[in-house]
Design a protein around this ligand. Structure first.
Ligand SMILES: NC(=O)c1ccc[n+]([C@@H]2O[C@H](COP(=O)([O-])OP(=O)(O)OC[C@H]3O[C@@H](n4cnc5c(N)ncnc54)[C@H](O)[C@@H]3O)[C@@H](O)[C@H]2O)c1
Length: 353
């Protein structure tokens, strides 16, 4: 296939992993032509490190006709403006999570992409990893029987104002992995309720947060499952949990922030068993959804981490916070298909289908 030509905007911490994978791993699908950042030295350093031909300003990158897709790795509070500018420059866009800080902003981006017939997609892509793809196969093969309920929970400690800026906070920064995994496994959500707070548990905690430090939500899935999610950055350590209960078995999923990890199935009245992973990509494969998007664009099929999915998850997160603010259930207007599973056992060729 003709490789998709990329420009990366945002050369901070996570850009190293993306550039490693985009320039050394997914080289059959993509080619990185340029990197840009508000800080010229950050762009120059990444270009040198990963052999990218051009380091430039974000405006120069957007004006480069050779760049077909922008990979937006800027901070969450800048996602909307960078995504909008890239679409207006006629580029396909892959954005780090979240798509935008509110569902209203997300809707504008979807409309812009649709009007220009551009492909929009984004992180997280961990649901394409070996762990969650194995979970998907177990569900689809009927191991859990009829699905009943799900529980997503994670607690860790980040007492910084910066972490709780617009577009971030525990629900938008990490809850997004759990919700994307759940939608990929169970399908879309039709209604949510929420309750949020910003606990102050140490003298280092800021007096005011832009985003809640604790978000709890209930999730009504279209398939009938009723689930819960709890996300807090006002704790300590790092405690990820994602569990599904069915009529025939319970499933403990791996940390949805990771590509691999243990998948534990407990059939009714039996001991839990760690299942073999049925799929590839069990290591840090960030950028896998970009390679998938490149194939989607070249072969004319939907991207797995496409606009429908990332907007739906944004609307769910936004809805949980809105429900808490407004004291009522919130109906989720958008819907999406479960993204097509990857074929078991394969790695690179699987992306083309
Ligand atoms: N760090 C991680 O482990 C990690 C993991 C997964 C996802 N992410 C996500 O990746 C994104 C970036 O995170 P990070 O940790 O690399 O942040 P970072 O602060 O290390 O880097 C962000 C970079 O974006 C640049 N930037 C900000 N606004 C810009 C703009 N308008 N135009 C051009 N450049 C701009 C900054 O100068 C900075 O170099 C965030 O959305 C984050 O949630 C981070």
């Amino acid at each position: 296939m003709e490789r998709l030509r990329l420009g990366v905007i945002g050369c901070g911490a996570i850009s190293a992993r993306y550039l490693e994978n985009l320039t050394r791993r997914f080289t059959s699908q993509v080619e990185v032509l340029a990197v840009a950042d508000l800080l010229p030295e950050a762009a120059a350093a990444r270009a040198a490190e990963y052999g990218v031909p051009r380091a430039c300003t974000p405006d120069e990158l957007l004006a480069d006709d050779a760049v077909e897709m922008v990979v937006n790795l800027t901070n969450a509070f800048a996602h909307y403006e960078v995504n909008l500018a890239a679409l207006r420059a006629g580029k396909h866009v892959f954005t780090e999570k979240p798509l935008a800080a509110t569902a209203a902003e997300g809707r504008l981006l979807l409309a812009e992409a649709a009007m220009r017939e551009l492909t929009l997609g984004g992180a997280p892509d961990t649901f394409l990893g070996a762990g969650l793809q194995t979970c998907r196969k177990l569900i689809d093969d009927g191991w859990l029987g009829e699905l009943i309920t799900s529980a997503a929970f994670f607690a860790f400690g980040v007492p910084s104002v910066r972490y709780h800026r617009r577009g971030a906070g525990p629900m938008f920064d990490l809850g997004v992995y759990y919700l994307t995994a759940l939608v990929a496994l169970l399908g879309p959500v039709t209604r949510v309720s929420g309750s949020t707070a910003s606990p102050r548990v140490s003298e280092h905690d800021p007096a005011e947060y832009e985003m809640p430090g604790l978000s709890c939500g209930t999730l009504d899935f279209a398939c009938g499952v009723r689930g819960v999610i709890t996300a807090t950055a006002a704790s300590f350590g790092y405690q990820p949990r994602l569990e599904l209960w069915g009529s025939e078995a319970n499933l403990t999923c791996p940390d949805p922030n990771m590509f691999g990890g243990p998948v534990v199935l407990q059939p009714r009245h039996k001991e839990p068993v760690t299942m073999p992973l049925s799929h590839g990509f069990d290591d840090n494969s960030r950028g896998l959804a970009i390679a998938d998007m490149a194939c989607a664009i070249r072969f004319g099929r939907p991207a797995r981490a496409g606009a429908d999915l990332i907007f739906h998850v944004l609307e769910v997160m936004d809805g949980i916070h809105r429900s808490s603010d407004e004291g009522r259930h919130v109906a989720i207007e958008s819907t999406c298909e479960r993204p097509a599973p990857l074929a078991a056992g394969l790695t690179r060729p699987v992306l083309e289908a």
